[in-house]
Design a binder for this molecule. Structure first.
Ligand SMILES: Cc1cc2nc3c(=O)[nH]c(=O)nc-3n(C[C@H](O)[C@H](O)[C@H](O)COP(=O)(O)OP(=O)(O)OC[C@H]3O[C@@H](n4cnc5c(N)ncnc54)[C@H](O)[C@@H]3O)c2cc1C
Length: 397
């Protein structure tokens, strides 16, 4: 029998975890040439985007949040990175993936984990006033500089559209911003902060309750079910569909998200580029048909499953385990029970405040219970960004 080929599209959080788990669990088969694990990724630098929220306030540096991608993958994994790894076409019927250089890869098992793409140009009227911590470390640093040099004024944090990666992050950013202005810059009274959010709740009810109370206590103007019409840069206003206008001196935008273009162009996604899958098995169930050998995990997945690192983590273990079991021909499938979660930040440590955080986790049919952020939670959360590289991505926990 020939080699069993596992092909992974996207070596981000999910792709790296699955590749490293399989490379460890199947090391004998890999050493005997019976199995291969291949990762394709377009970029040589791995970025932990979950740390972007903290960058404007100086908690993490570029060195903390980036690594050479090749360094994160087990040497048992075959990695094609850059144009050799940039996926341009996926043909599920013929089990064939084409990359930018023209090379074609075939597979027995495929994992689609290409994350999401952010599109600031999809915000009508937004051009020169674009600032964000969502798009890159450089953008997050630039935003930090603007906040640092502002002596006062109106800051608007705007999310025009769901789904986004980590729906908790805009709220976390706003809480940290508030503490930064109060406790570090010590001129909060010179600022108005407005939070514009497109749906009624931020996360599940217990999460929403906490953040709503938190915003209220801080005097943050909290606008829900906000529907953006356009940004009026001339008047420095955000205009909603119902005619409300929100003045800004600094506009922080969370750009609309969509799936990766190459997947959409391949006809395997919904209209926004998200890849449909069975919500329990994570096997592909989309416009191209049903494919049991194709798995979808992380942010690339269906729009109904919230896009969070915690979700990605649980899904990576489910997919890795199911590919392993199928290759070995033993046991039933492990089901993804919808475990997902989002770190909640109650406050950041400053000379005037204590850091408080917790990891809120829930799953299908089991709602998040009441919770309280704690000081230890903040410390663990801060530490996690260092553990991420050497423990999470190595699929050790
Ligand atoms: C500002 C912000 C804050 C966040 N905060 C948190 C948090 O506090 N907690 C939390 O749990 N989660 C958080 N997240 C979410 C978390 O970062 C994501 O859910 C997680 O990274 C998703 O992993 P993934 O593997 O699906 O995608 P990614 O890690 O984005 O990996 C996708 C990979 O696919 C590659 N790729 C894309 N297109 C192609 C192509 N055509 N060909 C080849 N390769 C391609 C990319 O280069 C990338 O390496 C946050 C996200 C953001 C943006």
């Amino acid at each position: 029998m020939g080699e069993t080929r596992v092909l992974i599209l996207g070596g981000g959080a999910v792709g790296t975890m699955v590749a490293n788990k399989l490379a460890r669990d199947l090391r004998t088969d890999i050493a005997r040439g019976k199995v291969s694990v291949t990762v394709l990724d377009k970029s040589p630098t791995a970025v932990n985007q979950a740390g972007f929220t903290f960058v404007p306030f100086g908690y993490y540096t570029e060195e903390d949040l980036t690594r050479p991608r090749a360094m994160l993958l087990s040497p048992r994994v075959r990695a094609f990175i850059g144009p050799e790894g940039e996926v341009v076409r996926v043909d599920l019927a013929n089990r064939e993936v084409t990359v930018k250089s023209g090379r074609k890869f075939t597979y027995d098992y495929l994992l689609i984990s290409t994350g999401c793409a952010l599109d600031p140009s999809a915000v009508p009227g937004l051009k020169n006033d674009f600032s964000s911590f969502y798009t890159s470390i450089e953008d997050a640093k630039r935003l930090g500089e603007k906040i640092k040099t502002m002596s006062g004024g109106k800051i608007v944090v705007m999310t025009p559209k769901m789904p986004i990666a980590c729906p908790g992050a805009p709220g976390k950013f706003t809480v940290i911003l508030d503490d930064y202005l109060r406790g570090v810059k010590q001129n909060r009274e010179d600022f108005d902060i407005t939070f514009l959010w497109p749906v009624p709740n931020i996360g599940p009810p217990a999460y929403n309750e906490n953040i709503t109370e938190n915003f209220k206590a801080r005097g943050i103007r909290d606008v829900r079910e906000f529907q953006l019409e356009r940004v009026d840069e001339e008047r420095k206003e955000v205009v909603s569909k119902d005619g409300e206008r929100y003045k800004y001196d600094l506009l922080v935008t969370i750009p609309p998200h969509r799936g990766v273009k190459a997947l959409k162009d391949s006809g395997i996604t919904d209209g926004d580029g998200w890849v449909p899958s069975d919500k329990y098995t994570l096997q592909y169930r989309g416009p191209a048909g049903n494919y049991d050998e194709v798995f979808v995990a992380g942010d690339a997945g269906p729009k109904e499953i919230p896009k969070m690192g915690v979700t990605s983590h649980f899904q990576a273990f489910v997919v890795g385990e199911n590919i392993l079991r199928d290759i070995r021909g033993v046991g039933d499938m492990v089901l993804y029970r919808g475990h997902m979660g989002c770190p909640y930040v109650g406050g950041a440590p400053t000379p005037a405040s204590r850091g408080a955080a917790t990891l809120a986790v829930w799953k299908y049919g089991v709602p998040l219970g009441p919770f309280k952020p704690a000081r230890l939670g903040w410390r663990v959360y801060r530490m996690y960004y260092y553990i991420f590289w050497d423990s999470t991505l190595k699929a050790l926990m």
